[in-house]
Design a binder for this molecule. Structure first.
Ligand code: G3I
Length: 361
């Protein structure tokens, strides 16, 4: 062995030692949850969770808050009057608990998730009250200590600020709420009270869409919050769904965050997505220019949230679904669209990087 051999062997040895002491960080260690100053989450489906490893991996790596997309809705959980179907909800709860994720329940009462047995239910006002109370308290009690918060009531107001009308006209069913019709217009307050009775530690949210474009709806929500405070009805937070499109007015977003933060309640951006083909053009393409505009809007939402909402009120930001392929927009409107941070195979998109950059403190 000559001197050159000895030097080579010595250098190799040193290199191994140095690698052990200063391991090169693996690429891609950053994630949304690692940079965000508040929880970041997504609405998820039990089916995807069970069948799609890429989906599951991206959740584990990126998110620290989870909202069940459908599994905890009334019609899903309580399809028959005397029986509940907890399977999908339990699967999501077990996943979140196993990975130390916060769980936000969605939603105890929503006019669009009313099972047939409730639609056909015949009873006096006490019997109707019991339907609502029993459902709320059974479900909240089951997930006590597992869920941190619930959307107690979802979408009770119309865009014109009126309470979703207690009509009897089935042709306008989407405008009416069976709960308002059968229980009277103060059902929201009683729903919140029943939820608090079942779990004193639970954070209770009112959740709705359109605050970024409807000042009338914001006013109604603020009036409701003020009335709750005056009457000692519990409420802890407001969810702004923020299903937006790439041209959504920035002024409206700023206004909604300012006005609703002024209530002092926690603010959850609860269902964020940004459609880029809201007109449903069958030839739409996801061009670089559109991706840039979408990324700018995602960044704007995050930076406004950070600068307007006081830190103690920042409940977090949740996207509605994970990858573009599982977006409700594609399945509901049967159109091309790319509204989320991950693509069809759960790879990070350009807008992911814009979102992450804005989250970084
Ligand atoms: O699971 C069944 C499947 O078995 C059946 O073959 C298929 C046929 O249509 O339907 C499937 O269920 C659908 C379910 O999504 C799961 O994909 C329902 O029809 C469909 O109505 C349901 O849509 C959900 C919608 O709420 C209504 O509950 C969307 O996934 C969900 O993203 C959407 O979420 C709402 C929020 O709760 C409130 N804010 C708005 C948001 C978007 O509309």
């Amino acid at each position: 062995m000559n001197v050159a051999h000895i030097i080579v062997i010595g250098l190799s040895f040193l290199s191994v030692v140095c690698k052990k002491q200063n391991p090169v960080p693996p690429p891609d260690v950053e994630s949304l949850k690692s940079v965000a100053p508040f929880p970041v989450g997504a609405a998820i489906s039990a089916t995807h969770l069970q069948n799609n490893t890429a989906y599951k991996n991206v959740l584990v790596k990126e998110m620290n808050s989870i909202t069940p997309e459908n599994a905890m809705k009334f019609a899903n959980l309580h399809p028959q009057s005397q029986s509940y179907a907890f399977g999908d909800a339990d699967a999501i709860v077990n996943f979140a608990v196993a990975h130390g994720m916060r769980l936000h329940g969605h939603t105890l009462l929503w006019h669009q998730s009313v099972p047939g047995w409730v639609q056909q239910f015949n009873g006096d006002s006490a019997a109707w009250e019991s339907v609502m109370k029993t459902h709320i308290q059974t479900v909240v009690s089951r997930y006590k200590d597992k869920l941190t918060s619930w959307d107690v009531v979802n979408e009770a107001f119309l865009d014109n600020g009126a309470l979703r009308i207690p009509d009897t006209d089935t042709s306008s069913r989407d405008n009416g709420s069976i709960w308002a019709r059968k229980l009277g217009t103060d059902y929201i307050a009683r729903a919140f009270t029943y939820a608090r009775e079942a779990d004193h530690d639970l954070l209770l949210f009112y959740n709705d869409y359109g605050q970024e474009y409807s000042t009338a709806k914001i006013q109604s929500i603020k009036n409701m919050v003020n009335s709750f405070k005056a009457r000692g009805i519990p409420i802890d937070g407001i969810g702004l769904q923020m299903h937006m499109h790439v041209n959504t007015s920035r002024a409206g977003i700023t206004n909604a965050l300012q006005q609703l933060s002024a209530t002092g309640l926690k603010i959850h951006i609860s269902e964020l997505d940004i459609s880029v083909n809201s007109k449903g053009d069958p030839n739409a393409v996801y061009s670089d220019a559109i991706q840039k505009a979408q990324g700018d809007l995602f960044s704007f939402v995050v930076t406004q949230y950070k600068s307007i909402v006081p830190v103690a009120q920042q409940y977090g930001i949740t996207t509605w679904n994970v990858g573009d392929a599982d977006s409700w927009i594609r399945s509901t409107y049967k159109r091309k669209d790319w509204p989320l941070l991950f693509d069809d195979t759960y790879q990070k998109k350009a807008v992911y990087h814009a979102f992450l950059q804005a989250l970084r403190n």
